[in-house]
Design a protein around this ligand. Sequence first.
Ligand SMILES: NC(=O)c1ccc[n+]([C@@H]2O[C@H](COP(=O)([O-])OP(=O)(O)OC[C@H]3O[C@@H](n4cnc5c(N)ncnc54)[C@H](O)[C@@H]3O)[C@@H](O)[C@H]2O)c1
Length: 342
Amino acid sequence: MTIRVGVIGAGIMGADHIRNLSRNIGSAKVSYVADVDRQRAESAAAVAGANPTTDPGELIASGDVDAVLIASHDSTHAELILESFEAGKPVLCEKPLAPSVEEGRRVVKADEEIIAATGTSLLSLGFMRRSDPGYVELKDALASGRVGDAVLVHCVSRNSASAPGATSESAVRNSAVHELDIIPWLLESPITEVSWHAGKPSPGAPAGLADPQLMLFRTANGVLTTLELFLNAEYGYSTRCEIVGEHGALSLVEPVSVAVDVERARSTGYARDWRPRFADAYRIELQAWISSLVPGAEGGPGVDRGSTLATARDGLQASIVADSVIDSMHNGGAWTAVGRIA
Ligand SMILES: NC(=O)c1ccc[n+]([C@@H]2O[C@H](COP(=O)([O-])OP(=O)(O)OC[C@H]3O[C@@H](n4cnc5c(N)ncnc54)[C@H](O)[C@@H]3O)[C@@H](O)[C@H]2O)c1
């Protein structure tokens, strides 16, 4: 069985997902591409031999679309998820679930009504670090007990340059949100308290963006996590995570394939952005989603829903934490308690 996927948003991520679904993912084909920018829709659709449209509603309603992948702007996510639910179609939506907690709650409510009625969720969320081989191994290594319990976690998230229009708040909701999801997942403990601080401003940062930012998270199990988020680090894209345990430490090793030895020095490269760094994670995430939709396949409906894909509730909880970080930002870095989903 082939799952015919309609992709909404043919920008950086949408185009990457379309290439993957067309070339690297089994049991999938892209049948429709929607983007409000007609030229983007047409050129991305051409790669896959799909129908282009500027109207996401036409894509969602189409009889040629079995499942919907949302990779359009954050502000469109909640509305497009709800429209896909109305059409009874499964959705993989890029993170974040929605820019506001209120919209996220509407999605979770609709998702839970569908689960109550059918026993199955229609929504998976694109927190792809859960599919990254490095993060999966880090979680397994911690669970093995070899370094004892975690006592501290250090995270660093650096980009070459911030996106146009980035602000301190959007950087938390859109970039730091990856750590807001992955830290509770790694530690199996929710974030209960947060504190936000600005570093000395980088000359490369636009007005309105404190860059770098330093965030502290405390999880219910007492572990303290630090996150340096630096969007204009210039030298490349870098995601680091070190878990300090009672008897040792576990660190992600950033993937490299080639080292250059010349003039008595060794060097390796950095990716320009997240796509090469997380290429395996995006492929594994997409394959897990498609397999969950194919009856009888491993991880398919009624067989095993225990995949690594994030849920609507995971997305809402990350947005709730993001709101608390932003509250701390506007309150001089005060420790701020994080609410839980009711
Ligand atoms: N998982 C990750 O690692 C990761 C990385 C980057 C971005 N993202 C997320 O992916 C999404 C897309 O990001 P991007 O970097 O590709 O952005 P982008 O700006 O390159 O692309 C977004 C596209 O959506 C289109 N669009 C906007 N509103 C639309 C609508 N109502 N209907 C159809 N198309 C619409 C735009 O014309 C644009 O082509 C965002 O939600 C972002 O947060 C996730």
